[in-house]
Design a protein around this ligand. Structure first.
Ligand SMILES: Cc1cc2nc3c(=O)[nH]c(=O)nc-3n(C[C@H](O)[C@H](O)[C@H](O)COP(=O)(O)OP(=O)(O)OC[C@H]3O[C@@H](n4cnc5c(N)ncnc54)[C@H](O)[C@@H]3O)c2cc1C
Length: 539
């Protein structure tokens, strides 16, 4: 029975739940001439907004690529983000289309957002109320493997499942997301933690080149040898800060796990929490450094409506040969009694992402909070007390559960980040190993938004405080898991932030991508005023 029960609760957090498919898009049924005339009609009204006028101009300049209503392909993973209603959305088919549309939104001073996979969680990250959405998910999503099979060109709108399935036909892999439907664009530009990160670095570290449409409409490529500053800045700080990336060229690698990824899910009663924190810390401080094939370990503390408080341990390995035995590096987990029904299996990367998609349903309201600490079981004991306190405050919220996830960043990952000109995250090998503390809290109703945000923030701040007191707090914040108020780029370090701000000013002198500029988007590097000041100084 436990097997069935456990499978049904399989990891909340990043990793469990029920399945709501986003892949079966209904075709857009409105004929284009209707869209064009509707856009014109809206634009002609007395109360037409700048964006209504921009939408009419877009519909006429890019026929068949502009849509007024929220139909067909317009989906966001998080319902706070889906609640926003843009004036129109555009499905550009090329970098040239993006450049054309840029000219129009700028001319009409219309707010716009960029959407790849639509898994960003800040409202306004990739949707915009009353503005224009550049929606890349269906029109810029092709995957082309080079003739020598060493590289692959991927459109930002592609989903990771699509990417892995295509590559697996040639027994290749790339570093990317772990959940099927997450988009390529946002994940890579924020860093990208993959199954292979512990050994090989972040997904962004395996990018060889990016095609980008700059704020002035220029189409260019950024690589180690061309616009090297922009290339580095895009790797970790690229989400809506410099332009729209329209193609990624990634390093394709022979599949290091031809028999599949070894994957074990083990579930434990809450009274095993302290023992597991010790096992987790031992693995991060000893195992991770010694066994380069152990992909990583997730420790998840969960409070579920149905099964109470429990711990879920996800273990991965790339080169273990059989689902029937345990890799040496994880042996010590077997000493801790797990619930009946623990599973171990070997699956291709694509299949694992489908399994994890089952745990990550569309349509809830979610907020992430995150920070980093140096591995310590004693510190995790304190985090557990704070988690228990916070749960009291949200016990009446309608959801199926709450989790805290702890996942490592190895030294090897940071070392790998130095390749190809480095990335923007400002980490040095001696910073590692680190553990990411991450709450991906989901709930059903808008009435709980404020409470959830507040309790999440308080819990994160208190946990950071105890980590600081113990001298184990680290400034780094993983952008893709940070909450809106967290100023993620401050975590990259003062020097790096200063440099990123300069790069942003260089490539975006009008401040389109600044806070207060025309792009809505994620964490911003500069305030619009800072860019304006710089131009004023130069005159
Ligand atoms: C269910 C789920 C599972 C996840 N799993 C992982 C994981 O395994 N590993 C991991 O590292 N992270 C993971 N994340 C976090 C994820 O990386 C971020 O949410 C990421 O931003 C999503 O990218 P997207 O393209 O789907 O989102 P979007 O909402 O489309 O984009 C996010 C941000 O990036 C900007 N952006 C997107 N495309 C472009 C572009 N082409 N040019 C410029 N800016 C662009 C958008 O404007 C937006 O601000 C997960 C998130 C969820 C919700």
């Amino acid at each position: 029975m436990w097997g069935v029960l456990l499978r049904s609760i399989i990891l909340f957090c990043c990793f469990c739940g029920i399945f709501v498919s986003s892949q079966e898009f209904s075709p857009v049924s409105v004929p284009q001439e209707v869209v064009e005339s509707a856009a014109e009609e809206k634009a002609a009204k007395k109360d037409a907004s700048k964006c209504d006028v921009a939408c009419a101009a877009l519909a006429s300049a890019l026929p068949s690529k502009v849509f007024l209503a929220k139909e067909g392909n317009f989906q966001y993973w998080d319902s706070k983000c889906a609640d926003l209603q843009p004036a129109c959305r555009l499905e550009p088919e090329s970098a040239q289309d993006v450049a054309t549309a840029y000219g129009i939104v700028k001319e009409h001073e219309c707010q716009f957002a960029i959407k790849s996979g639509g898994h960003g969680l800040h409202p306004g990250a990739s949707n915009v109320e009353g503005g224009v959405v550049f929606d890349l998910s269906r029109s810029l999503n092709t995957i082309t493997i080079s003739a020598d099979k060493k590289t692959v060109d991927i459109g930002p709108g592609a989903r990771w499942l699509q990417v892995y399935e295509e590559l697996e036909k040639d027994e290749l892999i790339v570093l990317g997301g772990r959940v099927a439907d997450v988009g390529v664009g946002g994940l890579i530009l924020g860093g990208g933690i993959s199954f292979y990160t512990a050994k090989q670095g972040f997904a962004c570290d395996h990018v060889l080149e990016m095609e980008i449409v700059l704020p002035d409409g220029t189409i260019t490529t950024a690589s180690e040898t061309n616009h090297a500053d922009l290339f580095k800045a895009l790797k970790g700080a690229g989400q809506s800060n410099f332009g729209i990336v329209t193609r990624f060229t990634l390093e394709a690698m022979p599949n290091p796990s031809p028999k599949g990824l070894w994957w074990s899910n083990r579930f434990f009663a809450w009274d095993k929490r302290a023992a597991l924190s010790r096992a987790h810390t031992k693995y991060i401080t000893e195992g991770l450094g010694n066994d380069a094939s152990s992909l990583g370990q997730f420790q998840t503390w969960a409070q579920t409506k149905e099964y109470g408080r429990l711990i879920i341990s996800n273990l991965w390995h790339t080169s273990h040969e059989s689902p029937d035995s345990f890799p040496k590096t994880f042996e010590h987990y077997k000493e801790i009694e797990a619930w009946e029904g623990a599973t171990s299996e070997m699956l291709p990367q694509s299949n694992v992402t489908i399994k994890l998609e089952l745990s990550n349903p569309y349509g809830m309201r979610t907020s992430y909070h995150s920070f980093c600490y140096k591995p310590s079981a004693e510190l995790e004991d304190k985090f557990a007390e704070l988690f228990e306190e916070a749960l009291e405050k949200i016990k009446d919220v309608d959801t199926w559960g709450f989790v805290i996830v702890q996942q490592p960043i190895s030294r090897a990952a940071i070392a790998a980040s130095k390749k190809r000109g480095g990335n923007a995250m400002g980490l040095e090998e001696e910073d590692g190993p680190l553990v990411i503390w991450h709450i991906p809290w989901s709930w059903f109703n808008a009435k709980d938004d404020e409470l959830m945000r507040t309790v999440g923030r308080e819990l994160r701040e208190k946990s950071e405080e105890v980590a600081k007191e113990a001298g184990l707090w680290h400034r780094y914040r993983y952008t893709n898991y940070a909450e809106e108020s967290q100023e993620a780029y401050k975590g990259y370090g003062e020097e790096m932030l200063k440099w990123l701000k300069q790069v942003q000013k260089k490539y975006d002198p009008e401040g389109i991508y600044t806070k207060g500029g025309l792009n809505s988007g994620y964490f911003k590097l500069n305030e619009k005023e800072e860019v304006v000041e710089r131009i004023r100084d130069e005159l």
